[in-house]
Design a protein around this ligand. Structure first.
Ligand SMILES: [Zn+2]
Ligand SMILES: [Zn+2]
Length: 260
């Protein structure tokens, strides 16, 4: 009854394009948007998960991209559910700085949801994000001891009210039936908006941005790190470096979207 009344007064709208959905709609995405989600292709760099067809196919046949061959990241594998075209700025890292300018470049379904989710403070949109995750995660589900989201700095968390990566982590933890840890990895430095910085400056800014509280909780654990979007991977790499230095056995990364 309550559900009916809520639907009557607030007809559900598509979380990506805002079109009205039927009042009985169970999904948070309209059919068009759901069909337009750009899934990742099969040919990926084994390590960082970037599509090999785009910018870094390696001639001698290895399935590592050029970047991972020259400087492998600290995480073992990163995978994403969907991809989006990306032109300029490091949205993943910039988003943590609270600067939405890079997000304006994004035009397709998932970035639209993420943008609205991030700046619209609408927690119900997490259901739409969960829908985008789909039935099957692109990583082996039995391989992890604990799920950890990329944390926000406490000041930013207060300002924004929630951590979107943490919401996704809740969904993933439930999906693969693994414990969720929201307290061990923390962000100790709030990094400034990074869209106007070059890559070197961004990496320098991220150094020592994270810390592990009570390392015993992750000692020898296999960790699945969750974030909403990966662009350069610098944030995930620094989280992984911090976790491994604190005693974790292995860190994999799962993001909802991947810039290509
Ligand atoms: Zn739609
Ligand atoms: Zn790679």
């Amino acid at each position: 009854m309550l559900h009916y009344l809520i639907n009557f007064f607030y007809p559900p709208r598509c979380a990506a394009c805002d079109v009205r959905l039927g009042s009985g709609a169970m999904r948070r995405l309209c059919e068009q948007c759901h069909a337009a989600i750009d899934r990742m292709p099969d040919a990926l760099c084994e390590i960082c998960g970037i599509p090999l067809e785009t910018n870094c196919y390696d001639a001698d046949g290895t399935e590592w991209c050029v970047k991972c061959r020259s400087a492998p990241p600290h995480f073992s594998r990163a995978r994403a559910v969907v991809r989006y075209r990306h032109d300029g700025g490091d949205r993943n890292d910039a988003a943590d700085g609270g600067d939405g300018s890079a997000a304006a470049h994004l035009s397709d379904v998932v970035p639209s949801i993420i943008r609205r989710h991030k700046y619209g403070l609408d927690q119900s949109l997490s259901h739409a994000l969960a829908e985008c995750l789909g039935d099957q995660l692109p990583l082996g589900e039995a391989d992890y001891d604990v799920i950890i989201p990329v944390p926000l700095h406490i000041g930013r968390l207060r300002w924004r009210g929630f951590n979107q990566a943490a919401m996704l982590a809740v969904t993933v933890a439930r999906r693969i039936d693994r414990p969720l840890d929201l307290r061990t990895l923390v962000r100790v430095r709030d990094t400034p908006p990074q869209t106007r910085q070059n890559r070197g400056e961004r990496i320098k800014n991220l150094k020592r941005a994270f810390a592990v509280r009570r390392p015993a909780r992750i000692a020898s654990r296999r960790i699945l790190l969750i974030d909403d979007v990966m662009t350069t991977g610098a944030t995930a790499d620094e989280c992984a470096r911090t976790l491994l230095a604190a005693g974790a056995r292995r860190v994999d990364v799962l993001t909802l979207a991947r810039a290509v």
